[in-house]
Design a protein around this ligand. Sequence first.
Ligand SMILES: *[C@@H]1O[C@H](CO)[C@@H](O)[C@H](O)[C@H]1NC(C)=O
Ligand SMILES: *[C@@H]1O[C@H](CO)[C@@H](O)[C@H](O)[C@H]1NC(C)=O
Ligand SMILES: *[C@@H]1O[C@H](CO)[C@@H](O)[C@H](O)[C@H]1NC(C)=O
Ligand SMILES: *[C@@H]1O[C@H](CO)[C@@H](O)[C@H](O)[C@H]1NC(C)=O
Ligand SMILES: *[C@@H]1O[C@H](CO)[C@@H](O)[C@H](O)[C@H]1NC(C)=O
Ligand SMILES: *[C@@H]1O[C@H](CO)[C@@H](O)[C@H](O)[C@H]1NC(C)=O
Length: 455
Amino acid sequence: MKPSTISALLGSLFFATSAAASPSPVLAPRATSVLTPVTITGNAFYRGNERFYIRGVDYQPGGGTGVESDPIANATACKRDIPYFTKLGINTIRVYAVDNSKNHDECMAALAEAGIYLVLDTDTSKYSLNREDPKESYNSVYLQSVFATIDAFANYTNTLAFLSGNEVINNVTNTDCAPYVKAVTRDMKQYIGSRGYRSVPVGYSAADVAENQEIMANYMNCGTDDQRSDFYAINDYSWCDPSSFTTSGWDTLVANYTGYGIPLFMSEFGCITNTRTFEEVAALYNTSMTNVFSGGLVYEYSEEGNGYGLVTIDGDTVSTNADYNYLSSAYAQATNPTGNGGATSTSASTTCPTESADWDVANDNLPAIPAKAEEYMSTGAGTGPGLDGSGSQEAGTADNESTGTASAGSGTVTETASASSTKKSAGAKIPAVDTKAFMVVATIMLSMLSGMVLL
Ligand SMILES: *[C@@H]1O[C@H](CO)[C@@H](O)[C@H](O)[C@H]1NC(C)=O
Ligand SMILES: *[C@@H]1O[C@H](CO)[C@@H](O)[C@H](O)[C@H]1NC(C)=O
Ligand SMILES: *[C@@H]1O[C@H](CO)[C@@H](O)[C@H](O)[C@H]1NC(C)=O
Ligand SMILES: *[C@@H]1O[C@H](CO)[C@@H](O)[C@H](O)[C@H]1NC(C)=O
Ligand SMILES: *[C@@H]1O[C@H](CO)[C@@H](O)[C@H](O)[C@H]1NC(C)=O
Ligand SMILES: *[C@@H]1O[C@H](CO)[C@@H](O)[C@H](O)[C@H]1NC(C)=O
């Protein structure tokens, strides 16, 4: 069973939960932690003149509790975990959701001191695109939250990248979300530029849906430069130890993405079908992959009830699991290639994909930014809503928001009715955030449905 199928099922199980009420402290001016910022040239990341490979873990302790919380607003918790990051030999963590009304100075500075960068998802459960109704959910209330998160993190030199969405498209049935994902990416880039921030890279994290992951990659890298992503990231669980470059299909993956003109990395990897020994790490940092990939992040640091945890956290105590040690030695043994690892120095755009049975997007036009959201370009976004509030998914309508007349977009999205476009039922609002915390439930459901035992 492919993880994408599991994710698709998970989508229907995930409901927004209200975070525990907490006061929103007034934000103090942010200290700037010092770590050389990562930049992009061609299809690779660089730190100074040296190629930079992401070696990391996904980090969302508490992600399995059902109550969304910010793991890097609590310096005590963050400092508890940093020694374990150091022992793993990582240089990057990915965080799926933060509270943009909170201050992150202390944790970000401690991470910087440990040489660790942050890849940050700017969505939260309540403030995100709704894959069941992307047009309605692309509104100024959502973008205000996204922009406030940018304000909260753009000044840290160890903010490596922002992710404009995670697995919004998680099936063959919802590629009609693509123009909205791309519009959000465009808007984030414009906000960063308009506010005079360092050019923190912005890109999207794609689910492993065989039919559209690569089409989406091409779509995110086509069009004008202001519309193109700075990088693309994929979640991939196809290497299940014991395996190999060819058995896993990673050789085909590399072949398929060869020539892709912007950096590519794995925003999640680490199949748990069998005991994880992380054999794939040797391949990921080998020249057979580094011409196309810039490393990746293992899903995930803490055990959240789904079997993916490298450590188990109990209050202030962290205990490492067997795969933590395997990953630590795999990272230690996988030295970076010399030189630039086969990277290309020029950034090539892609031809926009055409509509097909697998791709429910009629043309290259993007929705215009809602007029209210465009005002934030000059005024700033102001205070973020944090994880609370009424959320954004139903805050605007197609009539008063996402067909706004602002000039940032090149047009409006044309609704299409291709054969593959199954219209969604008007059911639960499904946030496009990390859903793997519900893997256990989904596994049980899948087993019941298919009579198979998966894990
Ligand atoms: C995913 O797409 C398949 C059709 O290929 C469909 O049968 C299935 O119901 C879809 N799943 C979800 C969660 O929409
Ligand atoms: C911060 O994290 C520590 C360690 O897990 C915990 O004991 C403490 O209660 C947390 N503080 C807040 C305000 O959540
Ligand atoms: C970011 O840094 C600049 C320059 O130090 C400062 O003027 C600005 O207020 C900072 N912005 C935020 C949101 O902290
Ligand atoms: C590579 O591309 C082929 C042809 O489009 C596709 O069938 C296959 O699934 C892709 N494989 C991977 C691993 O991306
Ligand atoms: C690294 O790639 C080379 C060829 O590009 C191959 O000969 C070698 O076996 C690979 N090593 C690992 C550990 O994958
Ligand atoms: C758009 O419509 C929604 C729902 O009718 C409403 O709550 C919201 O205030 C409207 N937004 C604007 C900008 O008029």
